[in-house]
Design a protein around this ligand. Structure first.
Ligand code: NAD
Length: 364
């Protein structure tokens, strides 16, 4: 009998109020009826940390792991060594860095995700976060809720997006959609930094210029948005040194992965005013600890400059339907020996199936 282990976040009362919360342990991506119908043993849990967790216990004889980036079951090399039966790791969403992909390749574990399922959801969140930061929205809204009215206190940190230079680090599905959505704002220039060049017609459509050197790229931008996967070539790519290349008072938005940034360096840049603000929804380890330095960091001039939220951009209710259905399709393909959609594959047969997780000779 096939055993599927699903690591998801708990919905609690919210799952009762909102049945569309498919990515919760309560609704389990719609897996329960599918597994019942097909004689599959299904274990669903949110308990994922430490040697005594349900994750560590059940991974030992699971054939398939399904998890989401929002509450990731971190499939480390050590855990893979205990997972004797594991053949398939499905990401219900986009971004499979919670899996040690090299270790998965060594064991020929297929890693697949629901490519494209939430890229519009994230691109919309990026646009919102850019505007929230540039227009200094958060302190202004706090002022209203607290009964105040002091226009100058918030206008002193409020700018227009128009005529700013905006750059995306990573111009794949999300990065390109961000550029498309920025176009009507009449920015001074749209830039991108990516080892994969955009097709000429796509770059022309949004009016984006490629910058090949990271320092050159960062130093030209008023606003930088991070939209690349987390891998050994991007971990900590935003750090004390690279932050020093950025303009004084620039804004940084990260909805890609928290560990792209050295957390303390970003907090210091915000707290010192080097960055006018930082916002996003991704944290180095999730759930983020209550005392994480990104929770309370603030720009010294405005008291704002912090647009952090829990990992939510890619888990809109619209996205949940897409990644829930996509995860079941990947499981169904695997059970029936059907080929997977090529763009959903991250690793297969012991090799990387995508160029997005770093430039490697072994990439198929
Ligand atoms: P994609 O594969 O379509 O695009 C990724 C791009 O990043 C590619 O063009 C690739 O060449 C580029 N890239 C890789 N390494 C790079 C490097 N060192 N420097 C510059 N560019 C580099 O992926 P996507 O669908 O656009 O998603 C991107 C990432 O966004 C995901 O891997 C995931 O981490 C994150 N994401 C977050 C959420 C969320 O809810 N916050 C949801 C979906 C995806």
């Amino acid at each position: 009998m096939v055993k599927v282990l699903a690591i998801l976040y708990d919905g609690g009362v919210h799952a009762e109020q909102q049945p569309k919360l498919l990515g919760t342990t309560e609704n389990a991506l719609g897996l329960r009826p599918y597994c019942e119908k097909n004689g599959i043993e299904l274990v669903v849990t949110s308990d994922k940390e430490g040697p005594e967790s349900a994750f560590n216990k059940h991974i030992v004889d699971a054939d398939v792991l399904i998890t989401t980036p929002f509450h990731p079951g971190y499939l480390t090399r050590e855990l893979i060594a205990t997972a004797k039966n594991l053949k398939l790791a499905i990401t219900a969403g986009v971004g499979s860095d919670h899996v040690d992909l090299d270790a998965a390749n060594e064991r020929k574990i297929t890693v697949a995700e629901v490519t494209g399922s939430n890229v519009v959801s994230v691109a919309e969140h990026v646009l919102m976060t850019i505007l929230v930061l540039v227009r200094n929205f958060v302190p202004a809204h706090d002022q209203i809720r607290e009964g105040g009215w002091e226009v100058a206190a918030v206008a002193k940190g409020e700018y227009d997006l128009e005529n700013k230079v905006v750059g995306t680090l990573g111009a794949g599905r999300i990065g390109y959609r961000v550029l498309q959505r920025l176009k009507p704002f009449d920015c001074k220039e749209l830039l991108y930094f990516d080892y994969t060049e955009l097709p000429a017609d796509a770059a022309k459509e949004v009016g984006a210029r490629r910058v090949e050197d990271l320092k050159d790229f960062l130093s030209q931008c008023d606003i930088v948005t991070l939209n690349c996967p987390l891998h050994e070539g991007t971990k900590g790519i935003i750090n004390k040194e690279t932050l020093s290349y950025m303009k004084q008072g620039a804004w940084l938005v990260n909805t890609a992965r928290g560990a792209l940034c050295v957390a303390e360096d970003v907090a210091e840049a915000v707290n010192s005013g080097k960055l006018a603000g930082y916002g996003g929804d991704v944290w180095p380890k999730q759930p983020a600890p209550a005392d994480h330095c990104w929770r309370k960091m603030a720009n010294p001039l405005t008291g704002g400059g912090n647009a952090m939220v829990p990992h939510m951009s890619g888990t809109s209710l619209d996205a949940q339907i897409r990644y829930a259905n996509g995860a079941i399709t990947i499981l169904d393909n695997w059970r029936n020996g059907k080929p997977q959609t090529p763009s959903d594959l991250i690793t297969i047969d012991g090799a990387y199936a995508t160029k997005a997780y770093g430039q490697r000779a072994a990439t198929k």
